[in-house]
Write a protein that binds this ligand. Structure first.
Ligand code: ADP
Ligand code: MG
Length: 225
């Protein structure tokens, strides 16, 4: 589902990040760990076709991403990738329901109330549909953002630091919810985190059944030419 080969990315006036190759099958869980600044968020942005690699190749959900640009990349991402960003980017002026409608519009779909309510229901936040994001707890807001991420049944779910600033109990809930949501959608799940607690929150059963890959990034920098 996610294959990379000799992938690297160079920020303008920034570091060159060189990533190890991965081959993550459908339905598997990839734990992308490593210290702050090692390139986890960059890797997620490459896999989501938000940025193009500087070198190397990657194929995600059967789509080679190297040649995919702009509008085509946006259309592909909307259907294939469910992104749970570190900063949730819920629009504070809109209700939870309206935030999900916006996501449907942004991906070229018309409003589908049934699907929105089903997604909110699956994540246990259906009764919050008419609240504004400012009236939600952190955990509730994350559930809403995850409902938005899986609205179009993506084959790949990318979660960036989903346990940041959560206490132990909430962190355990967040990981459990991600694993459960990914398994319902038979999606490949990537959890990018510098949080050492997360590895211990992925149950052994999960490792055995759907395939579990840990990938620890170390910061590798090449001199800029
Ligand atoms: P992580 O998510 O593992 O903390 P990032 O992928 O955010 O790491 O960043 C990897 C490296 O790239 C860091 O050294 C960071 O400072 C650098 N970096 C990230 N974004 C930019 C940018 N827009 N311009 C220049 N350097 C950047
Ligand atoms: Mg990051």
């Amino acid at each position: 589902m996610i294959q990379t080969h000799s992938l690297s990315f160079t920020y303008p006036n920034g570091p060159t990040l060189v990533f190890p190759d991965v081959d993550v099958p459908q339905g598997a869980v990839l734990l992308l760990s490593g210290p702050s600044g090692c390139g986890k968020s960059t890797w997620l942005a490459l896999v989501a076709a938000l940025m193009a690699p500087s070198a190397g190749s990657l194929t995600v959900a059967a789509q080679p991403l190297n040649a995919l640009k702009n509008v085509a990349a946006d259309a592909w991402r909307a259907g294939a990738i469910g992104f749970l960003p570190q900063k949730l980017h819920l629009s504070s002026a809109l209700s939870v329901y309206q935030n999900l409608v916006m996501a449907q519009w942004a991906s070229g779909h018309s409003e589908d109330a049934g699907r929105i309510h089903a997604a909110l229901h699956a994540l246990g936040v259906k009764e919050l549909a008419h609240r504004k994001p400012g009236q939600l707890s952190g955990g509730q807001a994350q559930r809403v953002a995850l409902a938005r991420a899986v609205l179009l049944q993506p084959r790949v779910i990318l979660a960036d630091e989903p346990t940041a600033s959560l206490d132990d109990e909430a962190a355990a809930d967040a990981v459990k919810l991600l694993l459960h949501t990914a398994s319902i959608h038979q999606a490949t799940l990537v959890i990018a985190t510098h949080d050492a607690r997360v590895a211990g929150l992925i149950p052994v059963g999960v490792e055995g059944q759907i395939g579990f890959q840990p990938l620890r990034l170390v910061r590798s920098q090449l001199p800029n030419a």
